[in-house]
Write a protein that binds this ligand. Sequence first.
Ligand SMILES: *Cc1c(COP(=O)(O)O)cnc(C)c1O
Length: 496
Amino acid sequence: MKYVSTRNNKLSVTGSTAVLTGLAPDGGLFVPESFPEISREEILRMTETDYPERSALVMSKFFDELTYDELLGIARRAYATFDGDPAPEVKLADGLYVLELWHGKTHAFKDMALSVLPLLMTALKNKTGQKETCLIPVATSGDTGKAALEGFSDVPGTAVIVFYPDGGVSHTQKKQMVTTLGSNVKVVAVRGNFDDAQTAVKQAFGDKELAGKLAEAGCKMTGANSINLGRLAPQVAYYFSAYADLLSSGQIEFGDKVDFCVPTGNFGNILAAYYAKRMGLPAGKLICASNDNNVLTDFLETGVYSLDREFIKTTSPSMDILISSNLERLLFEFADRDGDTVKAWMDELKKNGSYDVGGERLCEIRETFWGGYAKQEDYADTLMDVYDEYGYLCDPHTAVAFDVCNRYFDECEDDAPVVVVSTASPVKFAATVLDSIGITPPEDDVKALRKMESETAFPVPESVYALFGMPERFNEVIDPAALPDTVYEFAKGLKK
Ligand SMILES: *Cc1c(COP(=O)(O)O)cnc(C)c1O
């Protein structure tokens, strides 16, 4: 399997190059040269295998430089850090299911891929003989940061530096990050919002001077943000797994279409659903759920992607994103895989703050995708409704998905079963959850967690309470312009 760039379909690189560099040299994202296929028999066989085996099968379609057994070893190790089944499906009613992706160490779906990525990188690095330390700058809207820190902490030959928007993440998210142990990690707050942090990190990747200085320090930059192919592939697996679980519990028969409703920010998670569909999963509609930052809803309505809007800070911070990087991979497919077309749109976005894919392409995209958004007050009500009606407590991001899912079924004729993808545990957002179910949250984070636990009986792991007693290791705040220097200083200080 070779990979091409979304901005140049003549470029062709191996999976290891795609994973170890993260971004293509022309600024595009790596995409498979053609979609690998997962057959009916393979899906049916998944009903009898466990999650790591399902994951290894899907990953083996992307990474042929590693054997199935090597990939299975990676998946086994990665998912051993999870609490039980990595991707359990909960039935709320006939035709309504929740796919819980937050049973990893950091309680958000980012663990699904970021527990795998460090092992994948190390294995591919060994295959290619790369000697330099993989230095990984990460921009986070809250959850990626901790998952990356946890995944890479003390992994030999790697180092990770996380940039989060100052004041733009929840208390628990910040606490999780700044208390991380490990000699190869660092956490820095950036003035501005997530897009500012992400843009500065993207610029660092294109910064030749920085690359030169890092090479002298024995480091090579690579990306672990959701644009890295090594994150996309493990995410494709849980859509197949969800379908296999519906098959084995007799909820559906093979070939039945299943809709997925995904709370979306950077478009990574829902793109994985689209990839799964292209690879042979009998998926129906992919429902793209946004919060007040509804740039994708507008795009799916008009075909125009426009940044001419305010950035709104919400109670679902991991979706507070205006520049959805992974959308570029979708555009590539709907531009008939023509890199020049994609490049022209991306140039326009940079220059004028918007692009228009045109009515015909929009129609094609809408055959698969439906977009909707939920305002903060509305999804808080929905969180309460879901709790009342099903006794199911969800986090605010998942509540956005439930809300948009309701809108979809109100507006569209579709009787397919739907899987709502749940991306975080309520423990990460206790104050918002309490507020939504009509209980005034205590100021103190630990008290809020205890309150949530006593009021709802939702079990809060001891490790989450323990977090608040841990010393904070990092308190640096920088301007986006200082990011390259900060990365370099970090690289110089790494123990060899
Ligand atoms: C990252 C994240 C999202 C958004 O996922 P994308 O892949 O960026 O679309 C949604 N919910 C939670 C809790 C997240 O951490």
